[in-house]
Ligand binder design. Structure first.
Ligand SMILES: Nc1ncnc2c1ncn2[C@@H]1O[C@H](COP(=O)(O)OP(=O)(O)OP(=O)(O)O)[C@@H](O)[C@H]1O
Length: 629
């Protein structure tokens, strides 16, 4: 028998009850034909089939997981090649649109192409090249689209740094942070990380988050529980120490690191950190960031295989302080000091990037806190993405040139400039080939993942089925062990695998044919019931109990053990008919069967009546029932 999990149907192997005939008398020399009545018993061969299917599915799941793992490795390699060919330090430029309060000049000082910017200032024309230029109409989505591949790199174990650089008021905070309606890179990146992690079937990935600010050369923990009441007030966690371990990994002593399990929680922490950041008014930007704000997502990625190591990587998202020359901002006092501190560290960052690009032996990381913190994320195995922001205004043209000159240093070596036309074409061809390969890998990955999900689903269904049937199987074994009918075992053949399976809907209230009453028994039953119905309620209830047995009055086995077996076997369909058709748990099944056995056993002491007529009828019933027990 098989229970179809989908349709709630019971499949019963033939021959079923039709093949069951009970010998007229125990003296009959004929062997007892096949008795196969328990609808909950799964034939051995079907259980074997199920076990075979489970083991083959387990093999398939393992194989598919291995395939996914090897494809993942391949994907990692190809992505790495793409990023390296494109340049491990990539520089994008974003041009801020004119604000409503700004007057649009007749002749705009900045013009741009897809990967170049031309600035005209004081009669001079300067051109700068970029990996990509985002025009004024570019959306937050457009910018994120270009950053997305580097996030995959972070999940693959590389340290990644995304930096927003530019003059005050050019849109660094807008790009990194955004607004509720137009979320920026940081919230989008965090969401994407969770999204990618949820789709990774070969690794378990978890994240922690930290935020800090470098303000006037000091480190301030933005997620610390104890924050100063006013923005200028010194925080308790204002001077954190930067440590470098033997492997060159940078850690910040005492920096709050929160575990984030989902995007909502991560976003909550991110907003909390942003609120604490130091800002002040300058005559360029009303809420100017007077510090560098660093958000770190630490990624812990561990393979499913036993003994696999946890890979740790970092994603830094940095909103740098405004890079403008101090005179222009009208800064005095503390604001002037803040500006100086920002400029010093920006210049140190420029030196580090330039040294890395020139592949110079000495990289001056120690010159600022910013570069000390980023020491393990700006190196050779890391990926850096710098977004330089510029203003479209005429008055900002000279400041724009300064910003673009800064990024020119960063791009100098890996840029297309200096490459011959032939080499440039070769490079582009290689990138497009790699991108095609990447697409193929992703397609195969998707297909295998879909098959894996299918196989896992089927496996779990089959296991459930085996579990259910094993329980019945176990019961069956127990019954066989306890059954005194062991000598009949050899004559009761197990249905062959070739036996046709008959589908019977569970809800149809199926009763095996051997339980159907004969014509004679039906007449007898009707007559008894008519008489009993005329009697008091207590007697009617007894008659109802007896009616369970009236359906099998044609049985006349004198062997009490045979009768016991048969009674046990047909109480199940009765019970099934009584139930509403919901699949039973094995435990409930046993309990109910016990109850039915109890109630179906007529006991003389249950029936008492002073009416001699009723007594006579009941005796008649008792006599008939006693031949069954
Ligand atoms: N791409 C854009 N689209 C629409 N508005 C923008 C864009 N970029 C910047 N802005 C607007 O310009 C103003 C200044 O932007 P933002 O504060 O992001 O500059 P910033 O470079 O971070 O300045 P600071 O260095 O002083 O913090 C804000 O009002 C912002 O909403």
């Amino acid at each position: 028998m098989l229970i179809s999990a989908e349709k709630g149907e019971i499949l019963i192997s033939q021959p079923l009850v039709s093949s069951m005939s009970v010998p007229e008398s125990i003296e009959s020399p004929q062997p007892v034909p096949l008795v196969y009545t328990d609808v909950n018993v799964v034939p051995e061969h079907e259980r074997n089939e199920l076990e075979k299917s489970i083991s083959s599915l387990e093999g398939e799941v393992l194989e598919l997981k291995l395939k996914l793992k090897s494809l993942d490795e391949k994907r990692k390699g190809v992505l790495n090649k793409i990023i390296d060919t494109k340049g491990s330090i990539r520089v994008f430029c974003r041009v801020r649109p004119f604000l409503l309060t700004e007057r649009r000049p007749n002749r705009e000082p900045v013009s741009f192409g897809p990967d170049n910017v031309v600035v005209r200032s004081a009669g001079a024309r300067k051109e700068f090249e970029f990996d990509k230029v985002f025009h004024q109409s570019a959306t937050q989505e457009d910018v994120f689209g270009e950053v997305k591949p580097i996030l995959r790199s972070a999940l693959d174990g590389h340290n990644v740094c995304v930096l927003a650089y530019g003059q005050t008021g050019t849109g660094k905070t807008f790009t990194m942070d955004g607004t509720n309606e137009q979320p920026g890179l940081a919230p989008r990146a965090i969401k994407e990380l969770f999204n990618e992690a949820s789709m990774d079937h070969t690794h378990s990935v978890s994240f922690t988050m930290s935020m800090l600010e470098i303000y006037m050369g000091n480190l301030k923990d933005l997620l610390s529980a104890r924050q100063p009441l006013r923005s200028n007030e010194a925080s308790t966690k204002c001077n954190l120490n930067i440590q470098v371990d033997s492997k060159g990994s940078v850690e910040i002593e005492g920096l709050t690191e929160v575990e984030v399990h989902d995007f909502t929680k991560a976003r909550w922490w991110y907003n909390k950190g942003r609120r604490v950041r130091s800002t002040s008014w300058t005559n360029v930007n009303e809420a100017s960031s007077r510090s560098h704000c660093l958000t770190r997502i630490t990624i812990f990625r561990r393979g499913d295989a036993v003994g696999s190591k946890t890979e740790v990587s970092k994603l830094w998202m940095i909103d740098l302080g405004g890079s403008e020359r101090l005179l222009k901002t009208g800064a005095i006092g503390q604001t002037l000091d803040e500006g100086r501190a920002i400029n010093l560290s920006l210049s140190a960052l420029g030196d580090v990037i330039a040294a890395l690009r020139r592949k110079k032996g000495h990289v001056p990381y120690r010159n600022s806190k910013l570069t000390q913190i980023l020491k393990d994320s700006l190196g050779t195995r890391s990926k850096v993405l710098m977004l330089v922001h510029i203003s479209p205004r005429d008055e900002d043209a000279s400041e724009t040139i300064c910003s673009l000159n800064f990024t020119k240093r960063a791009r100098a070596v890996e840029s297309n400039r200096g490459l011959t036309e032939e080499l440039r074409k070769l490079r582009e061809k290689k990138i497009s080939e790699l991108e095609e390969e990447m697409q193929d890998i992703q397609e195969s990955f998707k297909k295998i993942k879909a098959r894996l999900q299918e196989a896992e689903c089927l496996l779990s269904e089959n296991k459930k089925l085996l579990w259910t049937t094993s329980d019945n199987y176990q019961e069956d074994i127990e019954k066989k062990v306890l059954s005194p009918l062991d000598h009949l075992k050899d004559t009761n053949a197990t249905p062959k695998s070739s036996d046709k399976l008959v589908k019977i809907s569970k809800s149809s209230g199926f009763v095996p044919r051997f339980m159907n009453s004969t014509v004679a028994s039906r007449i007898r039953q009707t007559m008894s019931e008519k008489e009993i119905n005329a009697k008091p309620q207590s007697i009617r209830s007894v008659a109802r109990n007896l009616a369970h047995f009236s359906t099998s009055q044609s049985l006349s086995l004198s062997d009490s053990r045979s009768r016991g077996l048969l009674r046990r076997s047909y109480t199940k369909p009765l019970q099934a008919a009584a139930n509403s058709g919901t699949p039973e748990t094995p435990k409930r099944d046993i309990k109910q069967r016990k109850n039915i056995d109890d109630t179906s056993s007529p006991r003389s002491k249950m029936v008492t009546s002073s009416d001699p007529n009723v007594r006579a009828k009941l005796c008649h019933h008792r006599r008939r029932m006693s031949s069954l027990t």
